[in-house]
Design a protein around this ligand. Structure first.
Ligand code: DP6
Length: 318
């Protein structure tokens, strides 16, 4: 009754922000992401009749708090499907530094879903796994597949899951995370989804997003880097304007975040060989999407920027 699964994190080009249904995590809009190989979670799950409660160890530390409750709530969905009440020993390891502000809920809940359902002998399709992963963390449904992935919002639990747009080897893009020194975030992404609705710009964002999704999908299929780059920057700014203008205001950017944004634009204008485009999730870190040939020059320059603590390079995960 034991299984292990590995899932890559993902970086969204068009982002999930706000829910139709917070409990079921049915999003207001579709989203598109790229799965990452260097930032991944390895999770083993072992169900045992001798355990009286679930146990959750993250990066070698036994958790006794909110993280274990979220794991238990997630395992409950899978236990219901397998018709069992057996508790589990769950061990997770992230490949990326803890506390660096790299989201682990996508890779974490994708790996947990696959390992737990496998351990209980459930034979689930990818879309079934995606639906369950989504209940743990919305973006996790995009980490069930590798490559470029689209989550169509749907209107109910049954029709809200992600599907591949193109496999990992379709296009050799790289994600460089510029890790920005930051204090603990006041609002995680779950809180951000709830607050999104209060921004006066949220409805405007939703009206445009269908068009943005179609353009990003096409830029991926055409491998049109300049088009994709423009679109992801536009989207990241729109998302963060929505966050900044919600009540209360959610401001994820730090000084280092802006330093990287300005530098990227200047480098691009002066030297097309150093082209990288930014996107930013619910935090201060900047993800720079680049073609592989630009990575050495980008890394050298990024590491010299004020506020950049370290960089993490990731190819597309399978
Ligand atoms: C800004 O999937 O982390 O990264 O469902 O509450 O766990 P929960 O939220 P989560 O939200 C991700 C928000 C985002 C955009 C994205 O990845 O699409």
């Amino acid at each position: 009754m034991k299984a292990t699964a590995i899932a890559g994190s993902n970086i969204a080009f068009i982002k999930y922000w706000g829910n139709q249904d917070d409990d079921l995590r049915i999003p207001m809009n579709g989203s598109i992401s790229m799965t990452l190989d260097a930032a991944h979670t390895t999770t083993s799950v072992e169900f045992s009749p001798t355990l009286s409660a679930d146990r959750f160890t993250l990066n070698g530390n036994l958790d006794n708090g909110e993280a274990t409750s979220r794991v238990t709530r997630h395992l409950d969905h899978i236990r219901r499907l397998a018709n069992t009440e057996m508790k589990a020993e769950v061990r997770s390891e992230n490949s990326f530094p803890t506390g660096a502000g790299i989201a682990s809920s996508a890779s974490g809940f994708a790996a947990l879903t696959v390992a737990a359902s496998e351990a209980l002998g459930l034979d689930m399709t990818k879309s079934e796994l995606g639906r369950i992963a989504r209940l743990g963390s919305g973006s996790a449904c995009r980490s069930i597949d590798g490559g470029f992935v689209e989550w169509r919002p749907g209107e109910s639990h049954e029709d809200s899951f992600a599907e591949p747009i193109a496999p990992a080897d379709h296009w050799d893009l790289v994600d460089i995370v510029a890790i920005i020194s930051s204090e603990h975030k006041a609002y995680g992404s779950s809180a951000g989804h709830t607050l999104a609705h209060s921004s006066p710009f949220y409805q405007a964002r939703l009206r445009r997003v269908g068009d943005s999704l179609a353009r990003v999908r096409q830029a991926i299929l055409d491998k049109n880097f300049a088009a994709l780059g423009r679109l992801i920057e536009e989207e990241a700014i729109q998302l963060h304007v929505t966050a900044m203008t919600s009540t209360p205001s959610v401001l994820y950017w730090q000084a280092g975040t802006l330093n990287v944004i300005h530098a990227l634009r200047e480098w691009r204008d002066n030297d097309p060989a150093v082209a990288g485009f930014f996107t930013i999730d619910a935090g201060a870190n900047v993800h720079i999407i680049a073609e592989r040939k630009a990575v050495p020059a980008l890394l050298e320059r990024l590491e010299a920027i004020d506020g950049v603590e370290e960089t993490l390079v990731s190819s597309i995960g399978g």
